[in-house]
Ligand binder design. Sequence first.
Ligand code: CP
Ligand code: NVA
Length: 313
Amino acid sequence: MDVMVNIKIKKHSLRHFLKLNDLNLNEIYYIFQKARLIKNKFVNCCEHITLKNKTLAMIFEKASTRTRVSFEAGIYQMGGHAINLTLHDSQLGRSETIEDTAQVLSRMVDIIMLRTFEQTRIERFAQYSRVPVINGLTDDYHPCQILTDIFTYLEHRDNISNKIVAWIGDSNNMAYTWLQAAEILGFTLHVSTPPGYEMDSRKTNNIPSKIFKQFSDPYEACKGAHIINTDVWTSMGFEKENNKRRIDFKNWRVNEKMISVAHSDVIFMHCLPAHRGEEVESNIIDGSKSVVWDEASNRLHVQKALMEFLLIG
Ligand code: CP
Ligand code: NVA
């Protein structure tokens, strides 16, 4: 870990975490400090009860394994409790509006995590919530994952600023969150997608090449990279495109040759779930460069620190 910062955080007020850049650099490092402490206690079997009797409501409008378990276990381990709602077992599935749901839930619980479709849906929810709202993934962003991925990188390497992060595959919610991270933390994001799947130029036009570069050749994008990163070719909600994407993305499978052109210190990351043999060869996930299990397990510690930050300040 590189930075131990002496940070003055302003007096606590209602904060949401809907996109990575809802946090500034100092706040990100402050959360990492908390997360390191929380993880240390966890691995040494020491209690960390800072959210006693707090209730977290989780709403999943899409499937989840890691996000569900890490948030539920996390709040429980801090002395609180979680309630899980889905479209199928709540009135959201019977057309109650997101605004009315936010008004009701936020009068009953202390913090809310929402996994949903459009970013505007979580923004509307947050607008009507009296308590902090956390983005547990939307079509546009996955900020809890990238916060954890950077924490994980810093556990393995000293510093991320001025490094190269290669993103191979779809320009999806993960890619756009990495782009926000590059702007905040000062590294260079190389993105390579198949033709027709590039990052939206309306969102990247004004970003300097020191922060973002688009490549048509995935091997070029991996050259000198300190992190090679990929994700499923078809994100949740886009399943109808699956067959076409399997053809379009076939040359964007992370393989040994991509690793071999990267920096000698490169690590491989994947938020999981992975489709082994599609976006990445199985031996890369299980290989010596891979930190995918650390990424998954760190969700627990980083999100505990995030909830503590949003609730206590
Ligand atoms: N990486 C991630 O968010 O995994 P889940 O979809 O299982 O929550
Ligand atoms: N891009 C993927 C991430 C899953 C954690 C999706 O949105 O389905």
